[in-house]
Design a protein around this ligand. Sequence first.
Ligand code: AMP
Ligand code: MN
Ligand code: MN
Ligand code: MN
Length: 276
Amino acid sequence: MLEVDLHSHSTYSDGLLTPAELVTRAHGHGVKMVALTDHDELSGLTEARVAAEARGMRFIDGVEISVSWASETLHIVGLNIDPLHSELAGGLSKVRAGRHIRAERIAADLERAGIAGAMAGASTYARNPDLLSRAHFARYLVERGFVKDTSTAFKRYLTKGKPGYVEHQWATLPEAVRWIRAAGGAAVIAHPGRYKLMNKDREAMLGEFRDLGGAGVEVVTGSHTVDQYATWARYAQRFGLKASAGSDFHGPGESYLDLGNLPDLPYGLVPVWGEF
Ligand code: AMP
Ligand code: MN
Ligand code: MN
Ligand code: MN
């Protein structure tokens, strides 16, 4: 088992636990190095760091940036960033500003599908009003009994081609990598197995990311099957990228992997946290 977990969410984005609760849970599961990586948001980092250091853990400042690339949304995790760096903070505030208008459009689309009150309903789940996520809409759909759980909410709603999905322009890949590097961090492609890309597009993504100065790919994540660990380990080696590992924990009952339940990296990979 790894004592490292470099991908997690708190109530500052779409997680269910506060930063201190999250870190306490990670500590209880034997994690010695933990990163908080809220979507497009840095506000939870101070609270998480204080809680982690009080428990003798290494804390890594992180963020998960939403990126539009070709016709996909990619998530780029920034690790070991300086949360006070103005280029990163300014870029993220621009990305967050787009979320409110997207949420209004999601709610209007759901309304057309016969689901009323989604904007107000989702907002009650978002403790950070700047950071309305599809996960908050999913919780509202569960609450109202339209679906039995959040994963069904994404299957029937909120994903491409379904009611409640709207196209949105996030940051570009060069922007995200530039902001992370400017803030002294390492850029990592989050859960690459989740993107619907043909092999040639995967190669284009990895090549472009490496040429921009990207550091690594998440090989071990709650989003990957064991087969995908091997697939993305090979891509990392082929493109000379390091490897990261993180549960992507959002909360009890909402995530496939819990904090600190990660298997070791496949043999031969260079851990991105080696330099932290
Ligand atoms: P957003 O950034 O607002 O588009 O929301 C993306 C978030 O929705 C992800 O970070 C996950 O928390 C959640 N999500 C996306 N797809 C799924 C899915 N298939 N099942 C459960 N949660 C999902
Ligand atoms: Mn999320
Ligand atoms: Mn993600
Ligand atoms: Mn995530």
